[in-house]
Design a protein around this ligand. Structure first.
Ligand code: E4P
Length: 226
């Protein structure tokens, strides 16, 4: 299972690449608001960063950029997608799973522009993304869990459906908030998880590890000091 970083912050991308070995990046409009940057600036930074690392295309290091959510008509989504992909070979166009969004994604994929169908919350939405040949689909987990929904069967079913029909669309488990979801996704055989740097860090932390280090340090020092 691959790990993508869910962030628009270039410093976080660099940190996670160096220290967690991330294999791609996903961005979204909320992250732009968090860092207070326009998407055009982030696209430029990510284009420069991927070029500086020698990534020649979306197969080596996919970077998902979400289209302006104000755009509703497929023609406008399609036009903006074309502008984004011109700026770097690593870019994947993240498009919300609406009827118009799916029309745009189908046309883009036919022309060789890779897409990531996002804001997916149901099995039938995930089927629609696969049938049009999207490169990626992003079923969200955290948002559903916030409202008390159990997401284990939902994810498991999407993976099973994709296997049943040999759909080639890669599943990015998105809005991941915990190490448990990362482990669940791996157990099910998801292709990718995308999560924040904080979630990535938390997933390798355990308080017993800290306790063990303190305990072993005391043991070590008691012998050394004799
Ligand atoms: C995925 O591609 C999304 O960017 C992301 O996971 C959205 O969820 P969050 O920002 O609430 O974590």
């Amino acid at each position: 299972m691959k790990f993508f970083l869910d962030s628009s912050d270039i410093n976080e991308v660099e940190y996670a690449f160096q220290n967690f070995g991330i294999e791609g990046v996903t961005t979204n409009p909320r992250q732009l608001a968090v860092i207070g940057k326009k998407e055009s600036e982030v696209v430029r930074e990510l284009a420069e960063w991927t070029a500086s690392r020698g990534f020649a295309g979306s197969r080596e290091f996919p970077v998902s950029i979400e289209v302006n959510p104000n755009l509703e008509r497929w023609e406008d989504i399609y036009r903006e997608a074309k502008l984004i992909v011109q700026q770097g070979p690593c870019f994947i166009i993240k498009i919300p799973c609406t009827e118009q969004g799916l029309i745009a994604a189908r046309k883009l994929e036919k022309e060789g522009v890779r897409t990531n169908v996002t804001l997916v919350f149901s099995r039938s939405q995930a089927i629609a993304a696969a049938r049009l040949g999207a490169k990626f689909v992003s079923p969200f987990v955290g948002w559903k869990e916030n409202y008390g929904e159990d997401t284990f069967d939902y994810l498991n079913d999407i993976i099973r459906i994709y296997k049943n029909y040999n759909y080639q669309t890669e599943i990015i488990v998105a809005a991941v908030r915990s190490g448990k979801v990362i482990a669940d996704a791996a157990k099910m055989g998801a292709d990718i998880v995308t999560c924040s740097l904080e979630t990535m860090k938390n997933s390798v932390y355990h308080p017993f590890t800290d306790y063990g280090i303190r305990f072993f340090t005391e043991s070590w020092n008691s012998v050394e000091e004799q």
